[in-house]
Design a protein around this ligand. Structure first.
Ligand code: C5P
Length: 220
């Protein structure tokens, strides 16, 4: 059976994770946050004392990367081995180094296989998969493909509201740096052929969730 995959891509701070999770919850679908896997690998590399700038070391750390992620949007948790890293992977220190592990082609191949296995196992009645390359590389045949965007100012403001004690300009700067690094690896700023753009600049959270559900319904 072809899994009913809703593929969602977008830049940092576009709200893809929180919006995708809520869409999944309302539709009774599974939810897969692929960025969490790249973050978990960055956490694992740091915890193992590996230099994330050294691609060969990052690749060798894949062998001991025991990663588990829940696909239930209500009981969402990320584990590396026995450690619950759900909160730790959101740390600005991880955001600062995650692009270095994500740019390694062997890392991407390894994680993409993992994502496809999760999609195949947990796709009934559907699964919302979000990241940077889901609509183009991970699931280009998905029946629903969405690019979730928002203006840079709005994204920086949303991100800094999440991170207590940080100024919008610092957060905006880090976000821009991370997007620029990530954009060298995959294009998530423009919608590929057949991908529907949802621009949330003028929408609140609930309206964005409704807009995404609208796109899903119109394709069913
Ligand atoms: O989505 P999130 O901001 O948590 O993603 C963290 C990082 O993981 C991104 O900055 C990017 O380097 C990487 N990533 C990726 N491909 C994906 C999802 C995330 O390279 N599909």
């Amino acid at each position: 059976v072809t899994p009913f995959v809703v593929a969602v891509d977008g830049p940092a701070g576009s709200g893809k994770s929180s919006v995708s999770k809520e869409v999944a919850r309302r539709l009774g679908y599974g939810f897969l946050d692929t960025g969490a896997a790249y973050r978990a690998l960055a956490w694992h590399a740091e915890a193992s004392g590996i230099d994330t700038d050294d691609a060969a070391s990052v690749i060798s750390s894949l062998a001991s990367f025991d990663y588990r992620i829940g696909t239930d949007p209500a009981g969402y948790a990320v584990h590396v081995g026995e450690a619950d890293v759900t909160d730790a992977i959101r740390d600005p220190q991880i955001s600062a180094v995650v692009s270095r592990v994500a740019r390694v082609p062997e890392v991407r191949t390894h994680l993409i296989e993992l994502f496809r296995a999760i999609m195949a196992a947990d796709a009934a009645p559907g699964i919302v998969v979000e990241g940077r390359d889901i609509t183009t590389v991970v699931a280009p045949d998905a029946p629903v493909r969405i690019l979730l965007t928002a203006s840079e100012d709005v994204r920086a403001a949303r991100r800094s509201a999440e991170l207590v004690g940080s100024s919008t300009s610092d957060v905006g700067e880090q976000m821009r740096r991370r997007d620029a690094a990530d954009a060298k690896v995959v294009d998530f700023m423009t919608a590929a052929d057949g991908v529907t753009t949802v621009d949330s600049t003028e929408l609140d959270f609930d309206q964005t969730v409704e807009a995404v559900i609208g796109v899903i319904r119109s394709s069913q």
